[in-house]
Design a protein around this ligand. Structure first.
Ligand code: CA
Length: 537
């Protein structure tokens, strides 16, 4: 942890941005336009207690290209660390970087190398070193449910099986036979091994044979893979598809996760694990029995999640808060030290700017805040901070980061077969100059989150006496830092709340979707439509 260095760099970057905007945008000398939101939030200082506060999910392929082959890479990401840090991210989830035959690389052929499209191990070491100096943690995507068919283990087994058909003979003599699930009969979730008469488990796709996670040799290899990357300096792992480890067997999934997390933490005590269990609250809660740090908070995410449904009017403002209360009660029962992993979208979901037809940006912003004001290690998928679009086939959800509309090096072409995507909001370089852009809003939301540990991690309590369908008033306390209060107006009308019974009566920060400002006078807080106030003692 290098908090001091981080703070200094942030201040320096902010100063450069402010001064350069002033001279470039306005030669006459009057101040560059700051929104009311910027003015109120200008005094906020980063006060993070852990680098697991606000994590950026990056798909390297589409992020930033350093060598003009139009594919993003590790060096490109390194060039963008100033941007990432200035936006307020404290950690990066790197989607798979290991050698793989596909563009998305969720089928690994070699767990000990960087895919040549992305660079080299030396590039990775450089990235880790730069991130470490900035206090940014790298969380590596680790795909353990399956390998690629090109993984040498599967390739060797397949070679052997193509010329042998006796099960017992193969079980005894075929290399890596027990590393996968081979069968002479077709079963649900299995794929045919050519015309050999053999089948293998491949739940997602025939190119992704499922590993047999009970096999000793597989387990030893997993330990060796984790050790390799931890020694290179990664700070943890995002675990792909944990409910598929043992399909349909939650207890075995929990037991495997427990073994995995305990093994990783024995190698590096602060090794962080976040698991992808794309399922409901009760199944996620049960998986916390494993002791895993975090599981992604799927119930709040996506186009049918609680954030979206609240903004579409299916739930009231107080229901959105009550859902957080119920969830924290459910999770804490299974792991008192759990760290929720809220997110709004990821690489498997349509981008959120397309969720609200006719939206002028207000709902896109507000939804971003409803994610970023949740407790835990909050994740943001690259491009969401600029309201990018992309839906339909997976490639469209992984479109090139929309840095600029002007031709320049570094911009990627995106996955093969991606459709042309019409963006809704301006490119990032324009948004960075606009105090009312989606980006400026996200940056303020992250700044607010990173300024108050109770806001980032606190236990939620609803003030139901002050809340209703439109207004949510709730407090958050982490038990160490001062409690904060959030007043969120999810309605289309300005609302006045009597805050005189709250301990928190000082405006600490605001998130405003438009130009209408917030006022706090004599215990009366007036919040414009879709406005949010954070109050402190
Ligand atoms: Ca490249």
């Amino acid at each position: 942890m290098k908090n001091t260095g981080r703070k200094l760099i942030l201040t320096a970057v902010a100063a450069v941005i402010l001064s350069s905007c002033k001279s470039a945008a306005d030669p006459v000398g009057s101040a560059v336009s700051l929104s009311g939101m910027d003015r109120i939030n200008s005094g906020l200082e980063e006060n993070i207690t852990t680098d697991l506060t606000t994590t950026y999910e990056v798909f390297l392929y589409s992020y930033y290209d350093s060598d003009n082959d139009d594919i993003g890479d590790l060096r490109g990401l390194k060039e963008k660390l100033d941007y990432i840090q200035d936006t307020g991210f404290t950690a990066i989830w790197l989607m798979p970087v290991m050698t793989s035959p596909t563009y998305h690389k969720y089928d690994v052929a070699d767990y000990y190398s960087i895919d040549p499209q992305y660079g080299t191990i030396d590039d990775f070491k450089d990235l880790i070193s730069d991130c470490s100096e900035r206090g940014i943690r790298i969380i590596l995507d680790l795909v353990l449910n399956h390998t690629s068919v090109q993984h040498p283990w599967f390739a060797a087994a397949a070679d052997y099986l193509k010329t042998h058909d006796d099960y017992d003979d193969c079980a005894a003599s075929c290399p890596y036979f027990n590393a996968y699930h081979f069968s002479r009969e077709f079963q649900n979730g299995y794929a045919a091994l050519g015309d050999s008469g053999w089948y293998y488990e491949a739940r997602f796709w025939e190119g992704m044979p499922d590993l047999n996670l009970d096999d000793e040799e597989v387990r030893e290899e997993i330990l060796s893979i984790m050790k390799y990357w931890l020694e290179l300096g990664v700070g943890g792992f995002r675990l792909d598809a944990v409910t598929s480890y043992y399909t349909g067997d939650p207890e075995k999934n929990t037991a495997f996760l427990k073994w995995l997390c305990e093994s990783g933490k024995a190698m590096r005590s602060d090794c962080y694990f976040v698991g992808e269990a794309w399922t409901n609250r009760s199944e996620i809660a049960a998986l916390y029995d494993s002791g895993i740090d975090s599981l992604f908070d799927f119930p709040f995410a996506d186009a049918n999640g609680i954030i979206h449904d609240t903004l579409m009017g299916a739930y009231g403002a107080e229901d959105y808060v009550q859902a957080q209360v119920s969830e924290q009660e459910a999770y804490i029962l299974h792991n008192p030290d759990y760290l929720n992993a809220p997110f709004y979208t990821n690489h498997d979901m349509a981008r959120s700017a397309g969720y609200y037809a006719g939206d002028d940006g207000t709902k896109t912003k507000l939804a971003g805040a409803m994610n970023l004001l949740m407790s835990g290690n909050v994740f943001v998928y690259y491009g969401e901070e600029a309201g990018m679009k992309g839906s339909g086939k997976d490639e469209n959800k992984r479109a090139p980061m929309y840095w600029s509309d002007t031709a320049q090096t570094g911009i990627c072409t995106g996955p093969p077969d991606m459709d042309t995507i019409a963006m809704k909001f301006a490119p990032l370089d324009e948004q960075m100059k606009d105090p009312y852009s989606v980006y400026s809003y996200y940056r303020n939301a992250i700044k607010l989150r990173n300024a108050f540990p109770s806001l980032a991690f606190g236990t939620v309590s609803l003030r139901d006496d002050l809340s209703d369908e439109e207004i949510a008033v709730y407090t958050k306390s982490d038990g160490i830092h001062p409690e904060v209060c959030i007043v969120m107006n999810l309605g289309g009308q300005s609302e006045t709340v009597d805050v005189s019974t709250l301990k928190q009566q000082t405006l600490a920060g605001v998130l405003l979707a438009g130009e209408e400002e917030i006022s706090l006078q004599e215990g009366k807080l007036t919040v414009p439509p879709y406005g949010i106030a954070v109050l402190k003692e």
